[in-house]
Design a protein around this ligand. Structure first.
Ligand SMILES: *Cc1c(COP(=O)(O)O)cnc(C)c1O
Length: 831
């Protein structure tokens, strides 16, 4: 279209297929737009505006630019009929959005300048944004990185999840103990989201199933739920690199169909009139409600079904708007199940296709399997979801029938096709007959999907050997690997602007579009001048973290010390306890051999423990007790400091990752599915001390053995020792350092007010040592001392650090997403 013909069409006539006229992105224009928002959307004058008003105004001005791209992206996908990827996840740990959006749109400099005109600092404004706490750990952060990478690589993606009013809890440490408080991230509203009242669906629970036999139609099952709640959509745009593609994160909020029972209210029962509404809204109040009791379990199952059903109804409605039939659903939509939380979707899609849209079983089953794929995230038996049949049947009677029918199909394939024996058959079954009859959600997700993936090479192999051993025999080509990744935008460009600018200067900015170019940095490891600049960036990042620790904990850190950091959920398999024992052993050695040339260290911990996980909470308490004693002991002369920073979340991680010299990835081998913290640290130039576990194995391949510090038992050795009945005491007897550390902790050296506090925690190491803490202690200690020596040769340390940054490009989530798009989804620009 020529300029003149464009001028002839009015704006209203132009369709969104054409890109909207690009906005000006200079500081003048932005300053004007921000003040306009401040005035007319927020109702404040420049003079009266508080910092929070500037946050809102800036967000709204930036949001307008995203919306321009968003409408174009959505329209293009609809017009071209491109296949969409729907990513169903119980968690999206997205963190703050403003900085990410500004950076991806390339507006950082001009927004900064625009605000500076009013003496407002962008960095301070950004800090006021609450951290969207819609996740717990790695699984939720992966979903967030994947959403960003789908937008950045041009895969039309929809994230589907739950809009928790309170998200996961906010952690405070009171008298050394974790205290859980409600997260109130929506307190000031949320300018990023759009409520879509027109996209609301009814979700049923309970009731009965009966056969409907209408004249002239084949008989069919109908479910008449006893209860219904409404799922209302809230959309958040997810903007990719350079703002070219914008995807949607659609989160569901539960509402009651009748907000108030007016009859009851007028009859004087003011509370009873609101009960139904409260019960409905409870579904989307918090992430991971305690499920140690029946009511908690039921709520959790309600949440899972609620967001699965709403998402599927939405997917079907959109499909039917653009297509005549549901027969081609699998050509137009790929649905990824992020772990088993949305696994009930398999039964629900069958129900919708058959009961609501009249499809026959065979066709519905073919479509279902072609549409779904499933990512497994854990091999821990206690983390594999199962539901008591009586609960499932009461809440979802029709879905239970369908699960039995699916099971019959699978059982037939197993007995007829393969001639499997009874043990294999019962391992494959969707129903666990052993533990009071339960539905196995992992099995359901597996059989309902055409592809099942693990999240690192090792984890995928272990999946084939353990949890899905028998299903893998039945469907040998279904399991594949897709190693996790992290988005380099948030985890390098934005969180470590110093390093990103240094890389710009050194190899040019091409790596920002093609992260593989980071490899060009490798040669600079031998350039002393470059290493000095690289080290200066690290020092500045350490100073920033030290300032945060001083402000929040009133503890001063020595920037010349190794910042040795372990931040992640607190779990026995992640072995924070191994790190604490090494810390105590080091403390005792420094005290007894004060004349040695010790390398100064700061041990930094952060992470939340699940509210009902007693041992994990004891580990937090122990870290705090050890910190208190060591930090106040003048005889260690600042050679050792220990800090536990409360409330680990994405924003804290963004300050911690760039400041680390040493990254602790020390899980018991065979138990960490992948890890992504390991990748963020290494990308930012930290050295890794770790076991051969999860993605550490692939990091070793990419970094080279001389650039990563691997120690301890591997997964096979752990399995063998467990089989042979390993016992901790036999190891402890041979290791005086370890014995002394355990004895001191047991004797109450770090908790004189309650000497027996850690007796049972220590006994668990002396007895079964299930997590191989005693077994791996010596190798861990020796590797730490090797790192002490290396720290004294900064040239050597920094060379390794540079190699880490240069060689981590493969761990970009863009690479993960391209693999999913090509091998599993068959969607995206190259499909
Ligand atoms: C990356 C990240 C995680 C995952 O850490 P792992 O070390 O892989 O367990 C958890 N929480 C937050 C906030 C993160 O940013």
């Amino acid at each position: 279209m020529t300029a003149s013909s464009l001028a002839e069409t009015s704006a209203a006539e132009r369709t969104f297929a054409e890109k909207p006229a690009p906005r000006l992105n200079d500081a003048d224009t932005l300053a004007q737009e921000i003040v306009e928002k401040l005035t007319y959307s927020i109702g404040k004058s420049v003079k009266r505006a508080r910092l929070h008003d500037w946050l809102e105004a800036t967000t709204l001005a930036v949001r307008d630019r995203i919306i321009d791209h968003w409408l174009v992206s959505s329209h293009e996908t609809a017009e071209t009929g491109a296949k969409r990827v729907c990513y169903l996840s119980m968690e999206f740990l997205i963190g703050r959005l403003l900085r990410d959006a500004i950076a991806n749109l390339g507006l950082t400099q001009s927004v900064r300048e625009a605000l500076a005109r009013y003496d407002v600092e962008l960095d301070l404004v950004e800090l006021l944004e609450p951290d969207a706490a819609l996740g717990n750990g790695g699984l939720g952060r992966l979903a967030a990185c994947f959403m960003e990478s789908m937008a950045s690589t041009g895969v039309p993606g929809f994230g589907y999840g739950i809009r928790y009013v309170h998200g996961f809890f906010r952690q405070e440490i009171v008298d050394g103990r974790q205290v859980e408080l409600p997260e109130t991230w929506l307190k000031h509203g949320n300018p990023w989201e759009f409520e879509r009242r027109e996209s609301a669906y009814e979700i049923g629970f309970g009731g009965k199933v009966s056969m409907l036999d209408e004249a002239g139609k084949p008989p069919r099952q109908v479910w008449r739920p006893a209860e219904r709640v409404l799922a209302v959509a809230y959309d958040t745009p997810v903007v990719g690199w350079r703002g070219e593609h914008v995807n949607t994160l659609r989160l569901w909020s539960a509402q009651s169909l009748d907000p108030i029972l007016l009859d009851a209210f007028n009859a004087g029962d003011h509370i009873g009139a609101l009960l139904e509404s409260n019960k409905a809204e409870a579904i989307t109040r918090v992430l991971y409600p305690a499920d140690s009791h029946q009511a908690g379990q039921e709520l959790r199952l309600r949440q899972e079904y609620f967001f699965s059903s709403a998402s599927l109804q939405d997917i079907i409605r959109r499909h039917l708007r653009e297509n005549e039939t549901l027969s081609n659903l699998a050509d137009k939509v790929a649905i990824q199940l992020n772990d088993t939380h949305p696994a009930v979707s398999v039964a629900e899609l069958m129900r919708l296709l058959m009961d609501v849209h009249g499809m026959e079983w065979d066709e519905a089953w073919t479509i279902t399997r072609a549409t779904f794929s499933y990512t497994n995230h854990t091999l821990l038996p206690e983390a594999l979801e199962t539901w008591p049949i009586h609960l499932f049947e009461r809440l979802l009677p029709r879905q239970m029938q369908i699960i039995y029918a699916i099971n019959a199909v699978v059982m037939r394939e197993a007995t007829q096709g393969q001639g499997f024996d009874d043990t294999t058959i019962s391992a494959i079954s969707l129903i666990d007959e052993g533990n009071g009859r339960r539905v196995r959600m992992g099995q359901l997700a597996f059989v309902g999907s055409h592809a099942v993936n693990g999240v690192s090479a090792l984890h995928t192999e272990l999946m084939k050997e353990t949890v899905f051993h028998d299903l893998h025999k039945l469907y040998p080509s279904r399991i594949e690997n897709k190693t996790n990744g992290v988005t380099p935008r948030r985890w390098l460009f934005e969180c470590n602007t110093g390093l990103a600018s240094l890389i710009d200067e050194t190899i040019g900015p091409g790596f920002r579009d093609e992260i593989g170019e980071l490899k060009k940095l490798d040669g600079f490891a031998n350039d002393a001048a470059f290493r000095e600049k690289f080290a200066a960036v690290k020092r500045a990042n350490k100073a920033r973290l030290a300032a945060l620790v001083e402000e929040r904990l009133a503890i001063q850190l020595d920037p010349n010390a190794i910042f040795d950091i372990q931040v992640k959920r607190i779990h026995e398999y992640k072995r924070q306890l191994l790190n604490i024992l090494e810390t105590v052993a080091l403390y005792e050695q420094i005290r007894s051999l004060p004349h040695l040339d010790w390398t100064p260290r700061v041990k930094i911990f952060a992470g939340k423990a699940a509210p009902s996980y007693v041992q994990a909470k004891e580990i937090i308490h122990l870290a705090g007790d050890v910190a208190r004693v060591i930090n106040s002991d003048p005889s260690v002369r600042n050679l050792l400091k220990v800090v536990f920073i409360p409330n680990y979340n994405v924003s804290l991680a963004e300050i911690i990752m760039p400041a680390a010299d040493l990254s602790e990835q020390i899980s018991t081998a065979g138990l960490e599915a992948s890890g992504t913290g390991n990748m963020k640290f290494a990308l930012n130039g930290a050295l890794t001390i770790g076991t051969l576990d999860g993605a550490n194995v692939e990091m070793l391949e990419h970094l080279g053995a001389e650039n990563i510090f691997i120690f301890g038992l591997d997964a096979d050795e752990v399995a063998r020792m467990r089989r042979e009945g390993h016992n901790g005491q036999s190891v402890i007897d041979r290791q005086p350092l370890l014995r002394s550390a355990i004895d001191s902790i047991s004797a109450g050296v770090f908790c004189q007010e309650e000497p027996g506090r850690y007796a049972s925690l220590m006994n668990s190491i002396r007895d079964r040592d299930w997590w191989m803490i005693a077994a791996d202690f010596r190798a861990y200690w020796d590797t730490q001392r090797q790192l002490d020596m290396l720290w004294k040769k900064p040239d050597d340390w920094n060379k390794i650090a540079v190699h880490n940054t240069a060689r981590m490009a493969w761990f970009s989530s863009d690479r993960s997403i391209r693999e999913y798009a090509k091998d599993i989804w068959r969607a995206g620009p190259d499909a």
